[in-house]
Unconditional design. Structure first.
Length: 586
């Protein structure tokens, strides 16, 4: 009976879980619908408010621009202005009169120019920076007024370096002929400061999508869309924005009422400025709308299924924690396995290095002892044999000749031991790889010639510079060449190739032969001390061990591999001296 109820209980649990998941899904869909509806409602309400605020700010801007629009026309009718353009002696009086007009109208500047664009009188004549003597013929407002129409233009002042709105009117004499231009500059700093104080985001763009006014100072003179090079050149010629870079603002329009500004979503409206070909943008960050919509969803969720959500959350949290703990345990176990493998590998390598170091240390002690004990007897034997040879006729099979050959064989045996018997030289200096190859070849040239071996050298001078002991490194090359000479003894056409190349920033020195090859041996086996295939008396198998040790001293690596068509290639990889260091030392 127990076994029958277990599957039934499991099936019941699955049904409850499925029902809970369906309920959660339906509630999630309902919450999304509620969120979308709430956000849409709040957005529509915010757009209505934004439209009203945009209309308000447009009205204040138009009022600021139109407040003194007719002042240049009225002042231009003053006989004193006409007289100042025709009679230079009356210009002092005209300066004072313009100053009085500007003060009464609360205008930044009022000034008069002749038909060449030269300012002959200005309201700011008494200030350190004034317009008198300045030529503004390059300004579009001057050209428009000179043609008989009212000119309007926003620009950064060429003299004061402060932005302003310019209005210009032609000045006519009694006969109606245009004899000059009168211009008014209106500062909009107070208006912009009021926008900044409101905390709202407002910006004004001209026909080129350049921001001329904004509530955020850092937005000034940035662009909402790219400007062609031709149009940019025209703007530079008018000196409208001085030295401003006119860089693009981080702005992207996502729709009619949605904007991405500096990576954040906004909604906004734009309204045209009636008195100027400008456009006012009023934008609002959607973060507040999202918060309100989410708050509505939150209230709905609480009112509909607070207890159910808490229960599901509790179950989900328990499951998540259990899964997380299981995952953490699994990850920890994997890390422990990897750490143990790495430790075992490092231990094996350390043990191998220790054994090798022990063997090398013992070899060094043995080498020192053998070299010391045999050095003097061998030297004495060579001297005695030399004396004997001087007093007797030279015969190929004479006793002196045979003893001399035995001494040479004994010296060959002890020659390699000297490497381990003498201390390592610490002096390092740059040496030329190609020159080292040349010196090594000279040391074995007799053996090459005696065995009729074809040696091909590919080592152009000058070669790369290596930091180390050149003499010891030449010993490496000599050892590799001697191994190659020994390997090609049975070849029909013995050939050895020696040279250097560059590969991936490394200097590659290679010795290739067409001999018997490595016979399946690895480089680690070949460089073991006393491992040799040579007959007794020809060597002790220390050549590659010595070579590997010297290469390691030079921060390099020694490799060996069989060639595809027979023979073997020994390769030495060494780091070169940087070019700047080589030049500095030379």
């Amino acid at each position: 009976m127990f076994t029958a109820s277990a599957p039934k209980s499991l099936h019941s649990q699955r049904r409850r879980l499925a029902a809970a998941l369906i309920a959660v899904f339906l509630l999630s869909v309902a919450f999304l619908v509620i969120y979308a509806a709430a956000f849409s409602t709040f957005k529509a309400s915010e757009l209505d408010r934004a439209q009203g605020r945009a209309d308000f700010y447009r009205t204040t801007l138009e009022s600021a621009l139109d407040r003194l629009e007719h002042l240049p026309f009225i002042v231009g009718q003053d006989p004193a202005v006409v007289r100042g353009l025709t009679d230079p002696t009356s210009r002092d009086a005209l300066n004072r009169r313009l100053e009085d007009f500007a003060t009464r109208a609360n205008a930044e500047a009022l000034y008069v120019m002749n038909l060449d664009g030269l300012t002959i009188a200005a309201s700011n004549h008494a200030q350190a920076v004034n317009f008198i003597g300045e030529n503004y013929s390059f300004r579009p407002y001057f050209q428009t007024a000179k043609s008989g129409q009212r000119g309007k233009f926003f620009a950064i002042g060429a003299t004061t370096k402060r932005p302003g709105f310019f209005v210009a009117e032609p000045v006519r004499n009694a006969a109606g002929k245009i004899i000059g231009v009168i211009a008014l500059k209106i500062e909009l700093d107070e208006l912009v400061e009021a926008w900044q104080a409101s905390g709202e985001k407002i910006l004004i763009t001209n026909l080129d999508s350049i921001i001329v006014l904004a509530s955020q100072p850092e937005w000034h003179y940035q662009t909402l869309s790219p400007i062609s090079e031709e149009r940019l050149l025209d703007i530079r010629n008018m000196r409208q924005f001085g030295q401003e870079a006119l860089q693009p603002l981080d702005w992207q329009r996502l729709g009619d009422d949605e904007i991405a500004l500096a990576g954040e979503r906004h909604i906004g409206v734009r309204v045209p400025v009636r008195s100027q070909p400008w456009e006012l943008h009023f934008i609002v960050n959607t973060a507040g709308l999202q918060e309100r919509a989410l708050f509505v969803v939150f209230l709905a969720a609480i009112s509909v299924a607070l207890l159910a959500i808490l229960f599901i959350f509790w179950r989900s949290e328990r499951l998540r924690r259990a899964l997380h703990a299981s995952h953490q345990d699994r990850q920890r176990l994997l890390r422990e396995i990897e750490e143990r493998k790495a430790t075992e590998k490092a231990l094996a390598k350390t043990q191998e290095e220790l054994e090798k170091s022990s063997r090398m240390a013992a070899l060094g002690q043995l080498a020192a002892s053998v070299t010391h004990e045999l050095g003097q007897p061998l030297s004495a034997m060579r001297n005695y044999i030399a004396i004997e040879e001087m007093g007797a006729a030279q015969k190929p099979d004479s006793l002196a000749t045979r003893l001399s050959a035995l001494v040479r064989r004994m010296e060959n045996i002890t020659r390699d031991l000297r490497f381990f018997a003498q201390p390592k030289q610490d002096q390092q200096a740059p040496f030329d790889v190609a020159k080292a190859i040349e010196n090594a070849v000279e040391l074995v040239r007799h053996d090459l010639k005696q065995r009729d071996i074809d040696l091909q050298i590919k080592a152009p001078l000058p070669g790369p510079q290596i930091l180390g002991n050149g003499a010891r490194f030449e010993q490496v090359l000599v050892n590799l060449l001697r191994n190659a000479i020994s390997a090609v003894e049975q070849a029909k056409a013995p050939r050895i190739e020696l040279g250097w190349t560059r590969e991936r920033g490394q200097v590659v020195i290679y010795v290739a032969d067409n001999g018997h090859g490595l016979k399946g041996q690895q480089i680690e086996e070949l460089q073991e001390p006393f491992r040799t295939d040579k007959p007794s008396g020809e060597g002790m198998g220390l050549g590659l061990a010595i070579s590997a040790s010297i290469v390691k001293e030079h921060a390099g690596e020694l490799f060996a591999q069989d060639n595809d068509h027979g023979g073997a290639t020994f390769t030495v990889l060494l780091p070169p001296i940087p070019q700047d260091q080589t030049e500095g030392e030379t």
